[in-house]
Design a protein around this ligand. Structure first.
Ligand code: BGC
Length: 689
């Protein structure tokens, strides 16, 4: 391979999108427009890389006319399903749909921890917990790569707020980082070997994530032995010398030029090479890593294009929504009987049109197009993509189909007094609360916008049978919680979301989703009641201190002894489950064995969760494992959860190793992080590994 051929593989070009309007002449005709194009080396049979977003389906921000794809639910829905098998199916779906469009790299695998309930991108992530995130992300990546398509894992690391993300300095204790966000990456990488790691926009402890020798060279490549390549996020390469600190490939080169001007990557890199500042061995290493992943995943071995069964893919989107919708509260009003003749009011949330999706680079154009798009906008580079996208799966229409005898009326929920008029003459009210959450923006508060709280309050004041249906990408506050009978968290439920919502409401589907993120009562309970940088103009250098360290989400609530609004792991069912026979054994790690029995009248799925609560005298809450089980009425099953030892250890920064201290370790088997059912304990011997 010549040096010119090598350099040509070290950057990708972005196809047209909302920001870069013209097709770059360096992208050969016939190559589909994509998020990134990397030249191959035809002389040597090295394929070009053609990259597409994303995790939630194959995106098309308007540059491939008419090309629609399966719009999956938000990853928080997949997280709520606690179902690794579904994650695998979602990944395989992404791989097949990518491949049928010639995309051989999928920018999937978003695994940042949902540390802050204001983060506008939490809908793209799975959970606030490292283990849960890792297990599910790994299965998605495995699904993508089994179809012969390279997957990324992203955004490495601590890109957990969107405010001024290119100028955000994320401060964290390095050992705590290893026990949280980095642990999620580490375990997911071990379990799935993604071809590429995408580094984030932010700085970590003062050093750009994409030029971070410690994170890229020391931790990822050296300590973890990662063999694939590191690509930057689009607009995250600020200097050629990032190549000396672990970055292997610049992404969306035009974006960097636009953001950082003359610091464009490859030309200065060539100069540095000519001047002896970039060693030949490093140049070879950068290319070798890309080639390794090409051959490890086999994107050079593609046979005929697989046929994509879009009906089957819709079924996968539907299954994720069915298993990921969370029933938060139910004072006996749900499910609504299929033959009910009740007068039912459906209020707000554009329920007559469809369900919202999250916004940004992950937004997918669904089959048939959007039901509607409302431009939202704002400041900064992502403003153009910040819209209310409604996927054409109307909860109202689906409810009418499943409740043929009911009299269902709709009110847009624009005016509390008008909504109350309909609510007063109805037997049951289903009132929606929605939010637009977008890449590039954090929410200033946890409240529902546009006066929706006032609508819910007005409705609940006149109708005792009020059900709230939330379609949001984050936890919200609920000032009306005690005056409504039921609350359903449907997140952004994807292209079949309206159907899944109606099935849960009518009991055709027994809800089984569990929260993968804690719902705080208010921001004062969270580690950062104030978010640094909020309200400053786009581009303001911002420092966010993640002083909670590894105590993210439910761990923070346990540490501070605070009661959340709804806890991590919480989720109700229309049946009941009983736990028994818990036994805990020690040794190298911790193993919990227990029995789950469905004691109710209906078939249903449960997600028993095993937590560490105390470790050698320390309050330390850690999800050690979970299982999702489907049980018929009266049926039991015995389950075993063995903890990854890193979940019970602390990272000893000085030793550069995990340390289990000698002492007693308490474990609970629970229904959520605050609902212990059975407890046990073991004593463990000291260990460094
Ligand atoms: C996002 C990435 C995405 C990339 C390419 C960026 O704005 O942060 O997640 O893969 O765009 O579209």
């Amino acid at each position: 391979m010549t040096d010119d051929e090598r350099f040509a593989m070290l950057f990708s070009l972005m196809g047209v999108n909302g920001v870069i309007q013209a097709r770059d002449p360096r992208i050969p005709a016939g190559v589909p427009m994509s998020a990134g194009y990397v030249a191959g080396v035809p002389r040597l049979g090295v394929p070009a890389l053609i990259m597409s977003d994303g995790s939630l389906g194959i995106t098309n921000p308007g540059y491939r006319e008419g090309d629609t794809a399966t719009a999956l639910p938000a990853w928080l829905v997949l997280g709520s399903s606690f179902n690794p098998k579904l994650a695998r199916e979602a990944g395989a779906l992404l791989g097949r749909e990518a491949r049928s469009r010639q995309f051989n790299v999928q920018l999937a695998g978003g695994i940042n921890l949902a540390r802050d309930p204001r983060n506008g991108r939490n809908f793209e992530y799975l959970s606030e917990d490292p283990w849960q995130s890792a297990v599910l992300a790994a299965e998605t990546i495995n699904g993508v790569q089994a179809e012969g398509v390279i997957s990324t894992i992203k955004h490495y690391s601590l890109n957990v707020n969107e405010t001024n993300r290119h100028w955000l300095n994320a401060i964290i204790d390095p050992a705590a980082h290893r026990e949280s966000d980095l642990l999620a990456f580490q375990i997911a990488i071990e379990r799935s070997q993604p071809g590429s790691v995408m580094c984030g926009y932010n700085k970590v402890n003062g050093v750009a994530a994409c030029g971070n020798d410690h994170l890229l060279d020391e931790v990822l490549k050296s300590q973890w032995g990662y063999k694939g390549w590191v690509m930057s996020d689009w607009g995250a390469t600020q200097n050629w010398d990032f190549a000396l600190k672990g970055l292997d490939q610049e992404s969306g080169a035009q974006f960097d030029t636009m953001m950082w001007g003359d610091q464009y990557f490859v030309d200065p890199l060539k100069l540095a090479y000519a001047q002896g500042k970039l060693p030949k061995a490093r140049l070879s290493d950068m290319v070798r890593r890309i080639l390794r992943s090409i051959y490890a995943v086999g994107i050079d071995q593609w046979g005929p294009t697989p046929k994509v069964d879009m009906a089957r893919h819709n079924q996968i989107a539907l299954d994720i929504a069915r298993q990921g919708i969370v029933l938060l509260k139910n004072d006996g009003v749900l499910p609504l009987a299929a033959d009910t003749p009740a007068r039912i009011a459906v209020i707000g949330g554009f329920a007559q049109l469809g369900v919202p999706s999250g916004a940004g680079s992950s937004t997918v154009l669904p089959p048939g197009g959007y039901a509607s798009v409302v431009t939202v906008g704002g400041s900064g580079i992502m403003a153009g993509g910040r819209n209310l996208y409604l996927l054409p799966s109307s909860p109202l229409a689906e409810l009418k189909m499943l409740l043929p005898k009911a009299q269902i009326e709709f009110d847009p929920g624009m005016n509390p007094a008008e909504a109350a008029l309909l609510a007063r003459r109805s037997d049951v009210v289903i009132v929606l609360g929605i939010r637009v959450e977008s890449e590039g923006f954090d929410s200033p508060s946890l409240a529902l916008p546009w006066g929706q709280d006032a609508v819910i309050q007005a409705v609940a004041a006149v109708n005792p049978n009020t059900i709230v249906l939330l379609e949001t990408g984050n936890p919200v506050t609920m000032p009306w919680k005690d005056s409504v009978k039921a609350i359903i968290q449907a997140w952004y439920p994807g292209q079949a979301g309206g159907q899944a919502i109606a099935e849960v409401i009518t009991g055709k589907v027994n809800p089984s989703g569990h929260l993968p993120i804690t719902f705080p009562a208010d921001l004062a309970q969270t580690p950062r009641p104030e978010l640094a940088g909020l309200g400053t103009p786009w581009g303001t250098p911002t420092t966010v201190r993640y002083n909670e360290g590894a105590e993210v989400g439910y761990r923070w609530f346990a540490k501070t002894g605070t009661q959340p609004l709804y806890a991590f792991g919480h989720g109700l069912s229309y049946t009941t489950f009983v736990y028994s026979n818990l036994s805990i054994t020690g040794g190298e790690s911790l193993t919990a064995t227990f029995t789950v029995t469905n004691t109710g009248q209906r078939e249903g799925a449960d997600v028993p969760q095993v937590y560490l609560t105390h470790a050698a005298g320390d309050t330390r809450m850690r999800l050690l494992g979970f299982e999702r089980v489907e049980l018929k009425p009266g049926e039991s099953c015995s389950l075993t959860v063995t903890a990854d030892p890193r979940l019970i250890a602390r990272f000893d920064a000085r030793a550069g190793a995990w340390r289990i201290a000698e002492g007693n370790y308490s474990v609970v088997l629970g229904r959520s992080a605050v609902a212990p059912v059975l407890t046990g304990a073991v004593s463990l011997k000291p260990r460094l590994f």
